[in-house]
Write a protein that binds this ligand. Structure first.
Ligand SMILES: NC(=O)c1ccc[n+]([C@@H]2O[C@H](COP(=O)([O-])OP(=O)(O)OC[C@H]3O[C@@H](n4cnc5c(N)ncnc54)[C@H](OP(=O)(O)O)[C@@H]3O)[C@@H](O)[C@H]2O)c1
Length: 214
């Protein structure tokens, strides 16, 4: 199974760190291009290579780890998915410039965390994501914790629990295998309609729930 990661920031780089620890091969890409990833791939070792967005997007399993506001333009410009697996690692939040007035907006309960919720009306975010990749099998995963902990699936206390959800049983089995082989304790939250809203940041009931399996 080839793995692609689009986005090399907090989420993409820390998932890549977890994969690298177990010797997984993956291609990581970002907006700035492969050259900008030289330091990261040097740190990660020989199994993780820097590629273009198109190269990362051509893998069997592709993790999308870009800001919510970048999704439409990114996903609208990629070749057909042909039923491949796309992992939605995103959340519908806006990153706030710490020097902007938004950073001190008293009506935003998340301002102290540097984020603002994006209003999607009555939809949950993976339903919107799913519409952007109609010919892919979407599994939501890697999105519900602070990305910094994801580089450490196995802690001294036990395995870190990661939730996942999706509508295609085979796609979920593949993602479960990936999570388990990487060292996480994987918990299936059911279909996207059920699991998506539960694990979505900022207000999902299971968002930021950092369980350790003893
Ligand atoms: N940070 C967390 O703790 C966390 C946890 C769970 C989920 N998430 C979710 O993960 C996603 C990414 O968050 P992050 O914190 O990793 O953000 P980040 O650190 O700002 O990194 C964003 C990455 O996306 C890339 N990117 C932006 N626009 C792009 C485009 N049009 N095409 C290709 N790549 C593009 C950027 O490329 P450049 O490097 O070239 O700028 C960068 O590598 C968000 O949806 C966020 O809600 C974040």
């Amino acid at each position: 199974m080839k793995i692609g990661i689009i986005g090399s920031g907090a989420l993409g780089s820390n998932v890549a760190r977890a994969l690298a620890k177990k010797g997984f091969s993956a291609t990581i890409a970002n907006k700035s291009g492969p050259e900008s990833l030289a330091a990261l791939v040097a740190e990660l070792g020989p199994t993780i290579t820097a590629g273009t967005i198109e190269q990362a997007a051509s893998a069997d399993i592709v993790l999308v780890a870009v800001p919510w506001v970048a999704l439409e333009s990114l996903l609208g410009n990629l070749p057909a998915w042909n039923n491949r697996i796309v992992i939605d690692g995103t959340n519908p939040v806006l990153f706030i410039d710490p020097n902007s007035p938004d950073a001190k907006d008293p009506s935003n309960p998340l301002a102290a965390y540097g984020i603002k919720a994006i209003d999607l009306g009555n939809q949950y975010s993976s339903a919107v994501f799913r519409e952007l990749v109609p010919d892919a099998r979407v599994v939501k995963a890697f999105n519900h914790l602070d990305a910094r902990v994801l580089s450490e699936p196995e802690t001294t206390a036990g395995q870190r629990t990661l939730f996942y959800s999706g509508d295609d049983a085979d796609a979920k089995t593949e993602v479960r295998k990936l999570l388990e082989t990487t060292g996480f304790f994987a918990v299936d939250l059911g279909s996207l309609d059920v699991g998506g809203p539960l694990m979505q940041l900022p207000f999902g009931a299971l968002a930021m729930t950092n369980f350790i399996k003893l």
